[in-house]
Write a protein that binds this ligand. Structure first.
Ligand code: PMP
Length: 282
């Protein structure tokens, strides 16, 4: 792969970053993942808007302009012949001698790479996922998309060892998120319930798109926190993310959701999301 590192395009084996990069030493960095289909960017405006919010929240100056950022995305698609897959972009505060205090005048560093895969083919859409609930253990500012992903990585790995696909994080009896996606339920009365935006969760770009599509259909939407019990008694459960779009969840803590198969609302939202986002890809 050809990757972008500190202003240069390099074969991945030749790309280097400083040992003193604060992204490495303090997880002092933010990131975005954007899907590419037919060489076009899916939900790009949402991802760049969130990137800017994350930078602002941490006081990291934007290292490139909006048009430069879009140009970098276009170039990485070209340079890697990326028909379909993901673009990962990370911006750290930069490198400085190790110190808890942010140094003045640091130069943020950017890295970008691609992951080739056919994002329109996902066998899990047919079967749905099995998840287990675990305690929420992340920091309290989850609306900032930082690279502090260790807790989620640990609990997802433990879940995988136990045969599950993912975890639902639970705080005060309420679901915050899955390891790297937002969680939604469809109640037996046909209401789509998704947690309201706050610092407790990442403000998913796919979540926002799916909600606006749901609101445009005749589906009733409620934005509020919901409990593990509500998940277990839901008609459908699904998660949303830039890489898996709308993914049904059919088992939670070993118990089947609905009839244990992906439900009609999740299916429909997946189809509508793909159609609508492809039509709006840039
Ligand atoms: N929550 C978390 C914790 C995530 O890591 C992600 C994916 N990066 C999401 C939700 C989904 O966000 P998006 O739809 O913007 O990919």
């Amino acid at each position: 792969r050809i990757v972008f590192v500190n202003g240069e395009w390099k074969p991945e084996a030749e790309a280097t970053i400083s040992v003193f990069d604060r992204g490495l030493l303090f997880a002092d960095a933010i990131y975005e993942v954007t899907a590419v289909i037919n060489r076009k960017l899916i939900d790009y405006p949402g991802h760049t808007a969130r990137l800017k919010r994350s930078l602002e929240a941490l006081g990291i100056p934007a290292p490139v302009s909006d048009s430069e950022l879009l140009d970098l995305h276009r170039q990485i698609i070209e340079r890697n012949d990326l028909e379909s897959g993901l673009i990962y972009l990370q911006i750290s505060r930069g490198a400085a001698d190790r110190d808890f205090l942010f140094a003045d005048g640091m130069k943020p560093s950017i890295i970008m790479f691609t992951q080739k895969k056919n994002v329109l083919e996902n066998t899990k859409w047919e079967t749905g996922l099995s998840v287990v609930t675990v305690p929420e253990g992340r920091w309290a500012n989850r609306q900032i998309k930082t690279v502090q992903l260790l807790y989620s990585s640990m609990v997802k790995t433990e879940a995988a060892k136990a045969g599950a696909d993912d975890v639902f994080l639970v705080e005060d009896g309420l679901i915050t998120e899955a390891s790297s996606s937002n969680v939604h339920i469809v109640t037996k009365d046909g209401v789509l319930v998704t947690r309201h935006l706050s610092n407790a969760l990442l403000h998913g770009i796919t979540r926002a798109s799916v909600l606006s599509l749901a609101q445009g259909s005749d589906l009733k939407v409620e934005e509020r926190a919901f409990s593990v019990d509500e998940v277990l008694s839901a008609a459908e459960v699904f998660i949303t993310s830039a890489s898996a779009f709308v993914m049904p969840v059919v088992r939670v803590d070993g118990r089947s959701i609905g009839d244990g198969k992906p439900g009609p609302v999740s299916r429909k939202l997946l189809q509508t999301y793909i159609q609508d986002r492809l039509a709006n890809a840039i």
